[in-house]
Design a protein around this ligand. Structure first.
Ligand code: SF4
Ligand code: ZN
Length: 302
């Protein structure tokens, strides 16, 4: 089959649009989609220093690859940051992959660990938790967000970019909906203007399957070994459910994504609470003590 855009042989068919693309046209379309998302939400501006969260998985390596390409023709800089959660046997392989890939791309690379920042690895935190009802990923997610904030501050970055794709957004929306956590739906709004530290997701309008194909067709060396805690939560079941819907009704994920944008924007406007500063660490929060400090003091006091 011929590429819909040039004379080359097509290697990828985008079911929801009907176009078939060769490897080069496919990769260019991904770069264009990411650039469009960045410009729509003014995610990156002239002179920005972008801290790119790189876990070593496909999404974050595709993000690093696309931002590096863009930074060569635009006025912004990037630094890659990997957060070492302290998950024995899992993070080491990823660190090697990221280090090597950053050297190849000529991107500065830094590592921050939970152990250094919170005096607890993820594994130690899991041993200390009161009950397994507090999921590994919810502890890990809180610590990772704070670690990236810390890293960005320390390296002087004003933007944090993460590799979340469209599927991640749909899954997170359903997880928050099913757990009754409506305020977190408000956080999903991609508008970030006026914030001192902008958090951006340039791949958020791209299907996970397309990110995987971009990584393969560009020979990106991503880590395939999943985190040992990956299947503990409901996310994997939701991912499979959404994939089976998309298989039978192509484009349904795109529709759902646009609905989520509208819903999160409404919830955000209703839910904006007065921001205060945490009495322990000084970071901004909505109560008197932030979620990181209250979680860590709970873990350490148990
Ligand atoms: Fe952390 Fe969960 Fe991701 Fe593992 S799967 S790295 S525990 S958030
Ligand atoms: Zn705090």
């Amino acid at each position: 089959m011929q590429c819909s855009k040039c004379q080359n042989t097509a290697v990828y068919t985008r079911k929801y649009s009907g176009e078939s693309l060769c490897s080069e046209c496919f990769s260019n379309s991904i770069l264009r989609k990411a650039a469009k998302t960045i410009s729509k939400y003014k995610m990156i501006k002239n002179g920005d220093l972008v801290c790119v969260g790189v876990s070593g998985g496909k999404d974050s390596l595709v993000l690093l690859d696309t931002l590096k390409k863009m930074s060569q023709s635009h006025n912004f800089k990037i630094i890659a940051v990997t957060i070492d959660e302290g998950i024995p046997g899992y993070r080491d392989e990823a660190l090697d992959i990221v280090k090597e890939f950053c050297t190849k791309l000529d991107v500065e690379f830094k590592i921050y660990s939970y152990k250094d920042l919170f005096d607890l690895t993820l594994s130690e935190s899991l041993d200390l938790r009161e009950s397994e009802k507090t999921s590994s990923c919810s502890i890990c997610g809180i610590l990772r967000r704070r670690s990236l904030d810390h890293a960005a501050k320390e390296i002087g970055a004003n933007v944090i970019a993460t590799g979340h794709n469209l599927d991640d957004t749909l899954q997170t929306f359903l997880i928050n909906t099913l757990s009754g956590d409506t305020s977190k739906i408000g956080w999903m709004d991609p508008e970030n203007q006026g914030k001192e530290l902008r958090k951006i997701k340039p791949l958020s309008e791209i299907y996970e399957s397309e990110i995987v194909f971009y990584a393969f067709t560009n020979n990106l060396p991503f880590q395939s070994e999943p985190c040992p805690h990956m299947n503990e939560g409901i996310r994997t079941e939701i991912r499979e459910f959404l994939n089976s819907l998309e298989d039978h009704r192509s484009g349904i994920k795109n529709n759902m994504y646009h609905s989520i944008l509208k819903i999160s924007n409404i919830i955000k406007t209703f839910d904006e609470k007065e921001k205060r500063n945490c009495q322990i660490c000084g970071n901004s929060c909505s109560g008197t003590i932030c979620s990181v400090c209250s979680m860590i003091s709970n873990l350490k006091n148990d």
